[in-house]
Design a protein around this ligand. Structure first.
Ligand code: MG
Length: 381
């Protein structure tokens, strides 16, 4: 194998994604002299406009609710960190895994899932709105950084990882990238890792943010085995530790335990499937997974968070408001496209709904709030 960075990637397993064997970019570009294709992908994501906007987009708590809560940006950094650790342990491509992790939420609307649900409802007659597909749309179409093409022109492997799931109907429109959903094949190990690193990150940081916000209580979490087990170890080791530190000690042990289990179970599956190339990985079953007992515990924690945090009445009040803002913004632009900024209004001439969805989805939380005020509050400009 040759090409830029081949020496860095020579330590990787044969079934990892190797830059020299990439399926390439949609728009052909000369290779960089010192950087691998996946390194360039990662750097393109970090330099993108959509990436900077993640700082002001909701994960669970709206951006202005507190300075310590996760935003989409810090969430994405935590996903990248966890994913890299797993990738290194499994000898697969860290640069690719990081590019996918940093890009995985680029298509998120303002106000987290509430915003996505509202936009999806507005877009129902026009093909719907799905944040995952929108992340792909950001890197393929919406970023404006190059003279020769739209988007970031990422490699096939990065794009494959960003598109985590997709309906069969959409898959048919996506050509080569949609193929695996139709053929029921898997993406690279790097993509599978980024996906589960996302889950490890949000389950744990939502516990932390939930407790910090006071919406969750420690006593409730002591009913959840994954948390209770590690909390007990912490309390035994440090009997008089203040609550704050007990929580942090517990959460970091949970993250570690999930990563260790994931690496062990995945190694076992990889050994059993014995893939030789990335194509073997794509035709095998899911190779990156938790063991069964840990899968069950992680699911129990997810259910707990859904019932107690995401549906907490204080969160619901916020998500209700967020939904209304998104819906009203969409409707106002739909009823009168002259309200759209010039570049979106031009695009609205060919596809009104999609241009509005792109505009609204790109907004940060506070931009959406401000824009809503500008459109609806008398006396605001
Ligand atoms: Mg995520």
């Amino acid at each position: 194998m040759s090409g830029p960075g081949a020496h860095v990637e020579s330590v990787l397993a044969s079934y990892a994604a190797h830059s020299a064997e990439s399926r390439g970019r949609v728009h052909v570009e000369a290779e960089a002299p010192r950087r691998t294709a996946f390194q360039r992908d990662r750097e393109r994501v970090i330099h993108s406009t959509a990436f900077r906007r993640l700082e002001y987009k909701t994960q669970v708590f709206v951006n202005h609710e507190g300075d310590l809560f996760r935003t989409r940006l810090t969430h994405s950094l935590e996903v990248a960190q966890i994913a890299r650790g797993i990738a290194r342990a499994l000898r697969v491509n860290e640069d690719l895994v990081e590019a996918i992790a940093l890009a995985h939420d680029l298509g998120h609307t303002p106000f987290g899932h509430a915003g996505q649900d509202a936009l999806h409802e507005c877009m129902a007659p026009h093909g719907g709105f799905e944040h995952n597909l929108q992340s792909l749309r950001v890197v393929d179409e919406l970023e404006e950084r190059y003279g020769a093409f739209n988007g970031l022109n990422l490699t096939f492997e990065a794009r494959e990882g960003i598109l985590k799931h997709c309906s069969l109907e959409n898959a048919r429109k996506l050509g080569e990238l949609g193929q695996r959903f139709i053929a029921r094949r898997q993406p690279s190990l790097e993509a599978q890792i980024a996906n589960l690193a996302d889950e490890i990150a949000y389950n744990n940081h939502d516990v932390d943010d939930g407790l910090r916000s006071g919406l969750l209580q420690l006593a409730q979490l002591d009913e959840i085995s994954l948390f209770a087990r590690h909390a007990a170890t912490v309390r035994a080791a440090f009997p008089r530790l203040p609550e704050r530190r007990t929580i942090h000690e517990t959460v970091r042990r949970m993250i570690n335990a999930l990563i260790v289990d994931l690496v062990q179970e995945s190694s076992r599956r990889i050994e059993a499937a014995a893939p030789k190339t990335i194509e073997d990985v794509r035709s095998a079953g899911l190779l990156i997974a938790f063991s069964q007992p840990i899968r069950q515990e992680a699911d129990a924690l997810k259910t707990f968070l859904r019932e107690n945090l995401y549906r907490h009445y204080q969160v619901t009040r916020m998500t209700n408001k967020a939904r209304r803002i998104v819906r009203e913004l969409f409707t106002a632009f739909w009823d009168d496209v002259r309200l759209l900024p010039n570049d979106y209004r031009e695009r609205a001439e060919s596809d009104r709904a999609r241009a509005i969805a792109d505009y609204v989805a790109g907004m940060t939380d506070r931009y959406a709030i401000r824009e809503h005020r500008r459109l609806f509050a008398v006396g605001e400009v």
